[in-house]
Design a binder for this molecule. Structure first.
Ligand code: ATP
Length: 288
């Protein structure tokens, strides 16, 4: 038997860090939405008791360090499944990009194994298992558009922004999320207007959405990886409707409503960057 699940990437429309907590995590407030840039996860039943990982189009761990492996292990142990599974990851989402590529693969494995192993779990129950793997996994279990608080797991679902184009550019220069958190100066931050963004989305006020795109991690990432700042500047100056960095970067994305403008910008960027994608915002929740 085989089950296939789509694992879409997320972007942050806003990203705010409120304070550092006593447990070491940062209290965040961010608006996330899913986009049509997705890995495909194929799950095949195995008669043996093993979890096997095969990665197509990418260099990723195939052992317990792969988040997809961890997702399978959690469900297998918790529900006493005696058969195994072969997980084939068709990788499309760039790795370490700020697009939650690993988290969405883990979430897709949770949804897919729920079907393959006929566990009958709800999305809420799968999200609870997902949090054991990482803070972004619960959001990725549901998909859609949400305000995420706490360490990213307290989700309030909101309407979706219009399904405009999302042009993503991932610079080569990588950044470490840990380093960025360490360097964040929370007292000196210019915080995003999260409430205003929620209203703009609810009112379908596209210019209002574009003008409120903001990520408090940008200044730190720009310092560590100046190429990211350059890409953002270039996108802003080329007439995109709104531009911001996703997650801890280094991917920068633009929202663009016009067909023509989106294609033109995509072709220009492709001329000098390896990893450029033109997709649509989806913002729809997964169904079981
Ligand atoms: P986030 O936006 O949640 O911070 P990210 O997009 O920056 O995540 P990922 O692509 O999820 O980063 O990868 C981060 C790390 O996770 C990499 O070191 C990678 O090796 C590891 N990893 C484990 N499993 C996966 C997977 N299935 N897909 C991608 N990365 C994975």
């Amino acid at each position: 038997m085989c089950v296939t699940e789509k694992a879409p990437a997320k972007i942050n429309l806003t990203l705010d860090v409120l304070h550092k907590r006593d447990d070491g995590y940062h209290e965040v407030e961010m608006i996330m939405t899913t986009i049509d840039l997705a890995d495909r996860i194929h799950l095949y039943s195995l008669k043996t008791d093993r979890i096997e990982i095969q990665v197509e189009n990418g260099l990723l761990p195939t052992d317990q360090n792969n988040l997809a492996y961890q997702a399978a292990k959690i469900l297998k142990e918790r529900y006493g499944i005696s058969t195994g599974v072969r997980i084939v990851i068709d990788k499309v989402i760039p790795v370490s990009a700020g697009l939650a590529g690993g988290s969405t693969d883990a979430a897709a494995v949770l949804r897919g194994l729920n079907k393959l192993w006929q566990l009958g779990l709800t999305l809420d129950e799968l999200a609870e298992e997902g949090l054991k793997i990482g803070s972004d996994v619960p959001f990725c279990v549901y998909g859609g558009t949400a305000v995420a608080r706490g360490r990213g797991e307290k989700l309030t679902f909101i309407d979706s922004p219009p399904k405009v184009y999302v042009l993503l550019a991932k610079p080569r220069q990588g950044v470490s999320t840990k380093d960025i958190y360490k360097r964040l100066q929370i007292e000196e931050m210019d915080h995003p207007d999260t409430a205003g963004m929620i209203h703009a989305i609810r009112d379908n006020d596209y210019p209002g959405i574009c003008s409120r795109l903001q990520n408090v991690m940008e200044p730190v990432t720009f310092e560590l990886a100046p190429e990211v700042r350059k890409i953002k500047k270039r996108l802003r100056e080329s007439g995109a409707d709104g531009t911001v960095m996703s997650g801890s970067g280094p991917t920068v994305f633009s929202l663009i409503a016009s067909d023509q403008k989106a294609t033109k910008l995509y072709n220009t960027l492709r001329g000098f960057m390896d990893q450029v994608f033109l997709v649509r915002l989806i913002g729809e929740k997964h169904r079981l």
